[in-house]
Design a protein around this ligand. Structure first.
Ligand code: NDP
Ligand code: OXD
Length: 310
C-alpha cells in the first residue's frame, strides 16, 4: 500500500516530507524517479499529472488534487472512470485568495494605477474617490473561495453580489444563479471577479458579449482559470475603453509566453498564478485526513462530480 505524489512545477519532496510526518506508517513515493511498482499505489496526490500516468496504477482508489481546481486531473482522457477525484479544501488557500481579491478590489477602487501614472508624471492631482458602498462588486462563483471573498468585501462596505449554479442565500450579499441571471449580475458589476472552476459550461465565459454588458470603464479580476477568458475579446475591451483595467492571475498558457501582448499592456496587471496556493506545512494535515478516510473506506469532503466538472 502506497501513496504516489505526482506534481509538475511544485516541490514533490516537500509534500512527501510533510505527508510522512503526518502519516509515518504509510509509504510515500514520488513520480517518476521513485515511483516503485505501479500495483503498490492506492492513492495519487497530484498537481497537473501528465496525461496517461494515472491510468498506469491498476489499484488506484482515489486522486487527491493539490489545488482547489481539478481540471488538470479531469482533462486527462486516460483518467480511470471509477476512481474518485477529490479537490483540496484548504483554509490557508482560502485566506490567501481572500487577501489577493481584497487587495486587487481595493487597488481598483482606490484608483491605484491612475495615481501611479500621475506619480510617473510628477502630477499632484486629487481624483474623485467614491466610497465603497457606491461600488458594486460582482463575483462569478460563490463556492469555497468566492463566498469568503464576497463576505470579506461585504465587510469592507462594498455592495457585493455573487453568481453560482444553484441558488444561495448569504446575508448582505445579492445572489444570482443559473444562466439567466448571469447578465443581470454582470450589468451592475463595476468590478467583476472570476472565481469559477473551469468546466465545459464556464470555458470562454468572459467574452465580448459579457465584457460589453459590464458598465463602461469597469474592471475585471480573473483568478479562476485563463481559459475562462477569450483573450482577443479582453484586449479589444481594454483598447476601446469598455474596460478600464484587468488583473489577471491565470492564463491559457502558463508561464505566459514572452511575446504575449498581456505583458506590456498598460491596462493589465499581471500575476504569475500567484493568488493562492497550498503549502505543505498547512495543507498536508488536510490531505492526511483525507488519505486516512479513504483507506478506512469513509467518504471524503471535496468529492468532485465528474458530470459537472467540479
Ligand atoms: P467551488 O467548487 O467551491 O466553487 C465553485 C463555484 O462556482 C460554486 O459556487 C459553483 O456553483 C459555481 N459554478 C460552477 N459552475 C457554474 C456555472 N456553470 N454557472 C454558475 N456558477 C457555477 O470552487 P472553489 O471556490 O474552491 O475554487 C474555484 C476556482 O478557483 C477553482 O476551480 C480554481 O479554478 C480557482 N483557483 C485559482 C487559484 C489561483 O491561485 N488563481 C487558487 C485556487 C483556486 P454552486 O455553488 O451552485 O455549485
Ligand atoms: C488551485 C490553484 O486550483 O492554485 O488551487 O490554482
Amino acid at each position: 500500500m502506497a501513496v504516489i505524489i505526482i506534481c509538475r512545477g511544485e516541490d514533490p519532496e516537500g509534500w512527501k516530507a510533510a505527508l510522512e510526518t503526518e502519516l509515518p506508517d504509510l509509504k510515500f513515493r514520488v513520480w517518476p524517479h521513485d515511483a516503485g511498482p505501479a500495483e503498490d499505489i492506492d492513492i495519487a496526490v497530484v498537481w497537473q499529472p501528465p496525461p496517461g500516468v494515472l491510468a498506469t496504477f491498476p489499484r488506484l482508489r482515489a486522486v487527491l488534487s493539490l489545488g482547489a481546481g481539478v481540471e488538470h486531473v479531469l482533462d486527462d482522457p486516460g483518467l480511470p472512470h471509477e476512481v474518485p477525484v477529490i479537490r483540496l479544501i484548504d483554509p490557508g488557500l482560502r485566506s490567501a485568495m481572500v487577501e489577493f481579491v481584497t487587495m486587487e478590489v481595493l487597488r481598483h477602487h482606490r484608483q491605484e494605477s491612475a495615481y501611479r501614472l500621475q506619480q510617473s508624471r510628477r502630477e499632484w492631482n486629487l481624483l474623485h474617490q467614491p466610497l465603497a458602498p457606491s461600488r458594486h462588486v460582482g463575483i462569478l462563483g460563490l463556492g469555497y473561495l468566492g463566498r469568503a471573498c464576497a463576505e470579506s468585501l461585504r465587510n469592507l462596505g462594498f455592495r457585493v453580489s455573487g453568481w453560482s449554479a444553484s441558488p444561495k442565500s448569504i446575508e448582505g450579499i445579492g445572489t444570482y444563479a443559473g444562466d439567466q441571471e448571469l447578465f443581470p449580475l454582470v450589468e451592475r458589476s463595476d468590478i467583476l471577479v472570476c472565481l469559477l472552476p473551469l468546466t465545459a459550461e464556464t470555458e470562454d465565459i468572459i467574452d465580448a458579449t459579457l465584457l460589453g454588458a459590464m458598465p463602461r470603464g469597469a474592471t475585471l479580476i480573473n483568478a479562476g482559470r485563463g481559459r475562462h477568458v477569450v483573450e482577443a475579446d479582453l484586449l479589444d475591451a481594454l483598447d476601446s475603453g469598455q474596460l478600464s483595467h484587468a488583473t489577471l492571475d491565470v492564463f491559457r498558457e502558463e508561464p505566459l509566453p514572452e511575446d504575449h501582448p498581456f505583458w506590456q499592456h498598460p491596462g493589465i496587471t499581471l500575476f504569475p498564478h500567484a493568488a493562492a496556493w497550498a503549502l505543505p506545512e498547512d495543507a498536508s494535515s488536510i490531505l492526511a485526513g483525507s488519505i486516512r478516510q479513504i483507506l478506512a473506506g469513509e467518504s471524503v469532503p471535496g468529492g468532485v462530480d465528474r458530470r459537472r466538472g467540479y
